[in-house]
Ligand binder design. Structure first.
Ligand code: ZN
Length: 274
């Protein structure tokens, strides 16, 4: 996939089609992705921050603090494997617009994007972890409401979709998007499998909606809801470093599983990914 992206990039740039979708904002980021055996970069995205607290828990916990603490713990555990480079879209309590989070991942040459949240639902009895991938339509009303609130944090649209692309460029762009979609779904399955071994899951834990932060056309992306701030048990658990370490351990296994399968798919060429 990486090689193909580098090959397609100049073509798409030359045709002027899909460039915004497919190319890193700065060509200087390209060397990160080039070269066989390069250490993959995973971008972690702690939700909210700064003026945007995210959900506020039943006992007053701010989602933005839980999200950052959980992402920092996940970075620590992923770093410890020595198998990845890991970056965060924010390392402090600052506001970062949703579109900038996606752009940062693209500039850095990330090959996997993991957004971390603990939002609130109107039903305070609902608890458990869940994972979301990008979908044109929300899989259910609960998820539609979640995405609506998340997207309101930025009021920004996703990357532009070229309307008058030449046919070939359109096909190539759609291949990349399709591969990204498959990668996102594979990662979501790994997360459900691994997190579900140690922690309670929401019913139907793998869901879809139009989250702006998942709209990178070229980076498999998932959003993890570690639990819900609206539920007393979830909030109490997420306040504890020990619980966040369990979440991070499960996510580290999921990332390992994801890259193990990605390696096989890449070795087999694009067809193997389908
Ligand atoms: Zn959130």
């Amino acid at each position: 996939m990486l090689t193909r992206r580098l090959l397609l990039g100049p073509f798409l740039a030359a045709t002027g089609a899909g460039a915004a979708l497919l190319l890193p904002r700065r060509a200087a980021a390209a060397p990160d992705r080039a070269g066989a055996g390069a250490v993959p970069l995973v971008m972690l995205d702690p939700g909210h921050g700064g003026k945007d607290p995210g959900a506020i828990g039943v006992s007053g916990t701010y989602e933005k603090h839980v999200a950052l603490a959980a992402a920092q713990e996940l970075k620590r555990q992923l770093d410890a494997t020595g198998r990845y480079r890991v970056a965060l879209t924010r390392t402090r309590d600052v506001f970062v617009p949703l579109e900038e989070r996606v752009a940062a991942a693209q500039r850095a040459g990330a090959v996997l994007f993991i957004s971390m949240h603990a939002d609130a639902l109107s039903d305070h009895t609902v608890r458990g972890a869940s994972v979301y991938t990008l979908g044109a339509r929300a899989s259910d009303a609960q998820t539609a409401a979640l995405a609506k609130r998340e997207n309101a944090a930025g009021q920004l649209s996703g990357p532009p979709v070229p309307g008058t692309a030449p046919e070939v460029a359109r096909i190539l762009a759609s291949l990349v998007q399709q591969e990204t979609k498959l990668g996102s779904a594979r990662m979501a399955r790994s997360v459900v499998g691994e997190v579900g071994r140690d922690l309670p899951l929401l019913q139907h834990p793998q869901r879809q909606a139009g989250f702006v932060v998942l709209k990178a056309a070229d980076i498999p992306s998932i959003l993890l809801e570690m639990g819900f701030m609206s539920n007393r048990d979830d909030e109490a658990a997420l306040r504890q470093a020990r619980h966040r370490a369990v979440v991070a351990a499960a996510m580290t296994r999921a990332v390992g599983d994801y890259f193990a399968h990605a390696g096989r798919a890449q070795a087999g060429g694009p067809r193997a990914a389908g």
